[in-house]
Design a protein around this ligand. Structure first.
Ligand code: ASP
Ligand code: MG
Length: 420
C-alpha cells in the first residue's frame, strides 16, 4: 500500500497484520491479502501476519464435531478447530511466495505461543519469539495461524471464538512491533452497528477504554485483544481488507474536551444472547455471594450484571446475567449448591440483550442515565436491569426490542451528526 512508503525509514521495524475469516474466505481473497502483506514488506517492514480460518470454517468444524458426538473431549475439539487456521496460514504463505517474496507459515506451537490449560478459552501465558525473530532476520514474511497455542502438556489449545485478534496483538507486544493492523470486512469502528443504525459514523480515533466497552458490548474486536493492547501499549489500527479507506486507530487517546463542546457519548454498543438467573429467598448473610459465584468462576462461567435486592426477613433475591450458551452449565452448578445455600426458587430467563451508551466524556456529568431511560421509555422499551461503569451505562432489555433501542439511542444522543 502506498501509505507505507512514507513510514519506513530503513530500520528493522516490525509490523503485524491480522486478517479475519471473511478476508481469506476464498483463493482470490487470499491472493488479495498476500498483495497487501507484500506491499508492506516491499516498503521495508519486517512482516508478521496472523490469519483466521477461511470464512465459516470454524463453524463448519464445530458442526462436524457435533454430528459425531454431543460431548466432544475438549482436547480433541481444540486440536480440530486449530486446523482451520493452519489451512489459511499455509495457503497465504504459498500466495505470498507466488508474488516472489519468501514466506513461511507457523502454527501456534511453532510460533512459540504458550497458553494455560483452559481448552476452548485458553489464555496466552508467554510467547517465545526466537523462531519468529530468526525467520524475520532471514528476510522471511512470517504467517502465524491465529487463535491457537500450546499448553504445558504440549497439547494444542484455542483462545476462544474470535481469538486471532488476541494472537495478533500479543505477537505485536512480544515482538515490539510498531503497531498491529487488523483487517476485516468492516472498515473500522462505528458509533453503532451500521447494520442496525443506518446513520452510524466511523470513529477515526478512540481510546482503549472506550473501545473496550464497545468491544465488550458488540462491536467487532476480541475484547481480550484490546485489553492486551492497552497493557502493552500496542497501537491497533482497524480497517478493511477490501479497500484503502482510512480505518480507526485505537491507542491511549483521550478525547480533548473543551468546556462546552464535548462529544460525550462515543458510541452505542449491544450484546445479544443474554440469559438472566434469579435466585429467590437467599439467606442474607456474609459469605453468601462468594459461595454462590465461586463455583461458577471455577467452571469458567463469567457472570456479568449482578443485582441484589434489599432483604425482607433476612431473605434476599439475587439476579445476574450470563451468556446464553453458559445457561445449561450454570443451572447444573447452581442446582448442586442451592441446597447448601438454603435458597428458594431458581428462575431463568432467556432472550435478553444489553444495550449500552459508551463515552469517556460522560464521566462526572449527570443526566446521561436519565436521558437514556427516557429515550427507551418513549420507545416503549422496558428496562430489566441497569449497570454502569465510569464510561458506560447499560440496560438489559428484551432481545426483540434491541434494534429499536440501538436506533433510538443513536438518534437521541445525536450520534448521527458529524462532530469530528
Ligand atoms: N477462527 C476462529 C473463530 O472463528 C478464530 C478467529 O476467527 O479469530 O472464532
Ligand atoms: Mg472468525
Amino acid at each position: 500500500m502506498s501509505c507505507y512508503k512514507m513510514i519506513n525509514n530503513g530500520l528493522n521495524r516490525i509490523l503485524v497484520h491480522k486478517y479475519g475469516g471473511s478476508s481469506v474466505s476464498d483463493a482470490k481473497k487470499i491472493a488479495n491479502v498476500a498483495k497487501r502483506i507484500a506491499s508492506a514488506y516491499e516498503a521495508g517492514f519486517q512482516m508478521v501476519a496472523v490469519c483466521s480460518a477461511m470464512g465459516d470454517t470454524t463453524d463448519d468444524l464445530l458442526d462436524l464435531a457435533s454430528q459425531v458426538t454431543t460431548n466432544p473431549q475438549p482436547r480433541e475439539l481444540d486440536l480440530l478447530l486449530s486446523t482451520g487456521e493452519l489451512v489459511s496460514a499455509t495457503l497465504l504463505a504459498m500466495a505470498i511466495a507466488e508474488l516472489g517474496h519468501p514466506a513461511i507459515s507457523l502454527s501456534g506451537i511453532q510460533a512459540g505461543i504458550h497458553t494455560d490449560e483452559m481448552y476452548g478459552k485458553a489464555r496466552i501465558d508467554n510467547i517465545e519469539t526466537d523462531r519468529i525473530n530468526k525467520e524475520l532476520n532471514e528476510g522471511n514474511i512470517v504467517i502465524v495461524a491465529g487463535f491457537q497455542g500450546i499448553n504445558i502438556n504440549d497439547d494444542v489449545t484455542t483462545l476462544g471464538r474470535g481469538g486471532s485478534d488476541t494472537t495478533a496483538v500479543a505477537l505485536a507486544a512480544a515482538l515490539r512491533a510498531d503497531r498491529c493492523e487488523v483487517y476485516t470486512d468492516v472498515d473500522g469502528i462505528y458509533t453503532a452497528d451500521p447494520r442496525i443504525a443506518k446513520q452510524a459514523r466511523k470513529i477515526t480515533h478512540i481510546g482503549y477504554e472506550e473501545m473496550l466497552e464497545l468491544a465488550c458490548y458488540g462491536a467487532k474486536m476480541h475484547p481480550r485483544s484490546i485489553e492486551l493492547g492497552s497493557v502493552y501499549n500496542v497501537p491497533i489500527y482497524v480497517a478493511s481488507s477490501f479497500n484503502d479507506d482510512p480505518g480507526t486507530l485505537i491507542d491511549s487517546y483521550v478525547q480533548e474536551q473543551t468546556m462546552e463542546n464535548r462529544i460525550k457519548v462515543t458510541g452505542i454498543a449491544y450484546q445479544r444472547n443474554i440469559a438472566k438467573i434469579t435466585l429467590r429467598d437467599v439467606p442474607d448473610k456474609p459469605g453468601l455471594a462468594g459461595a454462590l459465584f465461586e463455583p461458577l468462576t471455577n467452571d469458567g462461567i463469567s457472570v456479568d450484571t449482578i443485582v441484589q435486592n434489599t432483604s425482607a426477613d433476612k431473605l434476599t433475591d439475587i439476579s445476574f446475567t450470563i451468556d446464553k450458551n453458559d445457561l445449561p452449565a450454570t443451572l447444573l452448578t447452581l442446582e448442586k449448591i442451592t441446597s447448601v445455600l438454603g435458597s428458594g426458587q431458581l428462575l431463568s430467563e432467556e432472550n435478553l440483550a444489553m444495550v449500552s451508551i459508551v463515552g469517556s466524556g460522560m464521566q462526572n456529568t449527570p443526566g446521561y442515565a436519565s436521558k437514556m431511560f427516557t429515550i427507551l421509555a418513549k420507545g416503549s422499551i422496558n428496562i430489566d436491569m441497569i449497570t454502569t461503569s465510569e464510561i458506560r451505562i447499560s440496560c438489559i432489555i428484551s432481545e426483540d426490542k434491541l434494534e429499536d433501542a440501538v436506533q433510538l439511542l443513536h438518534q437521541g444522543f445525536e450520534l448521527d451528526r458529524v462532530v469530528n
